[in-house]
Design a protein around this ligand. Structure first.
Ligand code: HEC
Length: 121
């Protein structure tokens, strides 16, 4: 729906604005709670500034991925059914429908951290 490759960002923004205004008019929305804003307000810099405290390693990361990510993204980040693939896509950025992944598109790992908020977490 919203893709820079076919210039649909502007149309998408208009649709989203329409949906928000309609929801406001119908009283279907409310102000976000401070904790809801805080959960999405990630200002992570390319040098890693802003990341929460913590650490990890590949072995524990594999376990976490198997437990929390693989049901959608697959054991090897290949994507399950229609869930997003997180690996591959090399050399595809000029394609009509490129596969954008950590290796093919995102230039900084901090971008991945922002994107990787698991649904339901
Ligand atoms: C319930 C299914 C589900 C689970 C579980 C899940 N994801 Fe996702 N993930 C998605 C969906 C759907 C998107 C696309 C969201 C969007 O486009 O806004 C996504 C997007 C991403 C992206 C961004 C990909 C891109 O190219 O934009 C990353 C990185 C990611 N997930 C990593 C993770 C990690 C790491 C975990 C586990 C800690 C995880 N996801 C768990 C469904 C899931």
């Amino acid at each position: 729906m919203c893709s820079s490759s076919n210039g649909s960002y502007a149309r998408c923004a208009v649709k989203i604005r329409y949906i928000i205004i309609t929801a406001l008019k119908l009283g279907l929305t409310r102000a976000a709670l401070p904790e809801e804003i805080a959960a999405w307000d990630a200002n992570i810099r390319t040098n890693g500034a802003g990341l929460p405290a913590g650490s990890g390693d590949p072995v524990s990361g594999e376990e976490i991925s198997a437990d929390k990510c693989a049901s959608c993204h697959g054991d090897f980040a290949e994507g399950v059914d229609n869930w997003p693939v997180l690996a591959g896509g090399f050399g595809m950025l000029a394609d009509k429908d490129p596969v954008k992944t950590v290796g093919s598109y995102w230039p900084y790992l901090s971008t991945v951290w922002r994107s990787a908020k698991p649904i339901g977490r």
